[in-house]
Design a protein around this ligand. Structure first.
Ligand code: ADP
Ligand code: MG
Length: 255
């Protein structure tokens, strides 16, 4: 946490992400059954759990890509479900990276990085290009600015997607299984970029199956199952000494 950390009325630091009592149903299917979830500024929180446990739904509720059924989601103290809230403004503080890289296939790498800067941030061309180049260098892909996504490996495409999100100068980054679609030999480069970001102090929520990353880079590890947070704690503690039977059963399958 740094000096710029916002404090609430009682002098407590405001969480980057605060989720309280979150419920989300799709029709009769209750997918989130009362989730409390917190990320402090500068923290890296990793989320693990079996397929279908609600990890993506939680992440998508954090920037209201999904509408919560009930409960509260605060981004840096701002209630994203309050009708008074400028949702676009709050979303612009949150960078998103998905399993499928979602680059624009018909645009060059550089154009992928400058488009939203110009349309959403209202930046001029020169500034947008300068920021794009800075972020391409951060992910080690300066030489690819003229390439089209189809000519890049999956790992390179994902690093471009990260650079694109960073070019919007977000306060925090959400990652939903960013390496799950990659060939094993390409995973390391993406994780290295994410680790570097964490080292630089970026606030991060990372849904992942990469237990090594969670252990090494995460400040907190959250295990979800059946739409609830079953267990959370320091990654080394949760991974080495899980308290709940469901966590033990899950980890015995994946470790
Ligand atoms: P995870 O990311 O942990 O695998 P998800 O959050 O993607 O889990 O999904 C949890 C459950 O919610 C699944 O049963 C899934 O089918 C359901 N679900 C997710 N998104 C939708 C949707 N848009 N419409 C209906 N059901 C959905
Ligand atoms: Mg998912």
């Amino acid at each position: 946490m740094n000096d710029a950390t916002t404090l609430d009325k009682t002098g407590e630091p405001v969480a980057a992400i605060a989720v309280r009592g979150l419920h989300k149903s799709f029709g009769h299917n209750e997918v989130l059954k009362g989730v409390d979830f917190f990320v402090d500024p500068g923290q890296v929180v990793c989320v693990i759990g079996p397929s279908g446990s609600g990890k993506s739904t939680l992440l998508r509720c954090v920037n209201r890509l999904e509408e919560p059924t009930s409960g509260e989601v605060l981004i840096e103290g701002v209630d994203i479900c309050d009708p008074e809230t400028d949702l676009d403004e709050v979303r612009s503080r949150i960078g998103m990276v998905f399993q499928q890289f979602n680059l624009f296939p018909h645009l060059s790498v550089l154009k992928n990085l400058t488009l939203a800067q110009r349309t959403v941030r209202g930046r001029g061309k020169d500034e947008a290009v300068e920021i794009a180049r800075h972020n391409l260098a951060r992910v080690g892909l300066s030489e690819k600015e003229a390439a089209y996504p189809a000519h890049l490996s999956g790992g390179q495409q994902q690093r471009v997607a990260i650079a694109r999100a960073l070019s919007m100068n977000p306060d925090m980054m959400l990652f939903d299984e960013p390496t799950s679609a990659l060939d094993p030999e390409l995973v390391g480069d993406v994780l290295a970029v994410m680790k570097e970001l964490a080292t630089e102090g970026m606030t991060m929520m990372v849904v992942t199956h990469e237990m090594g990353f969670a252990r090494e880079v995460g400040d907190k590890l959250v295990f979800m199952d059946g739409g609830v947070v079953v267990e959370e704690g320091r990654p080394a503690d949760v991974l080495s000494n899980p308290q709940h039977e469901r966590t033990q059963a899950f980890l015995s399958k994946v470790l």
